[in-house]
Write a protein that binds this ligand. Sequence first.
Ligand SMILES: Cc1cc2nc3c(=O)[nH]c(=O)nc-3n(C[C@H](O)[C@H](O)[C@H](O)COP(=O)(O)OP(=O)(O)OC[C@H]3O[C@@H](n4cnc5c(N)ncnc54)[C@H](O)[C@@H]3O)c2cc1C
Length: 305
Amino acid sequence: MKIQENVPLGPLTTFKIGGSARYFVEVKTQEDVQEAIRWAHKSHVKFMIFSGGSNILVPDAGIDKLVIQIASRRFDFEDNELDASAGCNLMTLIQAASEKSLGGWEKLAGIPGSIGGAVRGNAGAFGSEIKDFITKVKAINLDSGEIRMFSNVECAFEYRNSFFKRQPEWFVTRAWIRLKATDAVKSTQLIEETVAEREKRHLQNVKAAGSFFMNPVAPQHIIEMFEKEKAVKSREGRVPAGWLIEKAGMKGAKVGGAQASMQHPNYIVNASGATSEDVNALAAQIKKAVQEQFGITLEEEAAVL
Ligand SMILES: Cc1cc2nc3c(=O)[nH]c(=O)nc-3n(C[C@H](O)[C@H](O)[C@H](O)COP(=O)(O)OP(=O)(O)OC[C@H]3O[C@@H](n4cnc5c(N)ncnc54)[C@H](O)[C@@H]3O)c2cc1C
């Protein structure tokens, strides 16, 4: 295990923003994680978990902690079940399953980041969420060292939320995913269509963290306004944050190099050399505008450190 010092984190995130980690280590196994934590305790250094970097805003000043990056990439299939280490890239897993004629979760194709990050945030798209496929999860408590298996129910998944997001001392190390037998050709086609649909809605290789805010639960009159205007049903009493942002006149709004995307205003994009301060200032303006117009408080989906 090699602890590095002053490692720039911006390049490791999809936002491409932020300073350096005071200490940084890549871990591959559960034992590595435990060793890294022992080192942090011994050195009186705080620590944090970092995985695919696709849902994170790193401060300009960097992070005065040990940043533990999950680099485990091991996965196996047993019958219809996939057993994957937390660091595996979600898209890689979806494609690997498809090649084995296993699918059902193709609508999640194109969501960047790791399977561990996807479990923690219950990642989802087009009406599918990772919770629909998880059978169990192994996690380690970073404070006590306890290792525990969680059933799907114990993961307490909700919209973009889970036990692990609410209790960040628990770090997901492995996930088991139940898939369905499928036709490999049809599955590949569905993956390609899903990725193409994502590109149509918003270019996916932008410097951003995906949707910056969660879709909020809205009062009935706002849901009705949304459903009438867009001719689509609201899900779980929520309306898209992007729709509220646009209605509040913040589509395209800029602070420094950060911009609320013209194509999908809930993507805050690092348009040209944005700093974390630019993104936070723009996010604050967006929240204020939506609060003033609709009385709704937007909550960040991205992890703002
Ligand atoms: C272009 C783009 C499009 C996106 N589209 C979608 C979408 O359609 N749907 C969607 O849901 N999300 C989307 N996202 C957001 C992002 O891809 C997901 O949130 C993803 O699951 C984050 O995983 P990650 O490994 O990158 O997490 P990171 O960004 O590395 O970490 C995010 C947070 O999760 C924690 N974390 C990471 N790994 C673990 C673990 N193993 N155990 C416990 N905590 C952990 C970190 O500490 C951090 O707080 C998009 C992002 C981008 C850039």
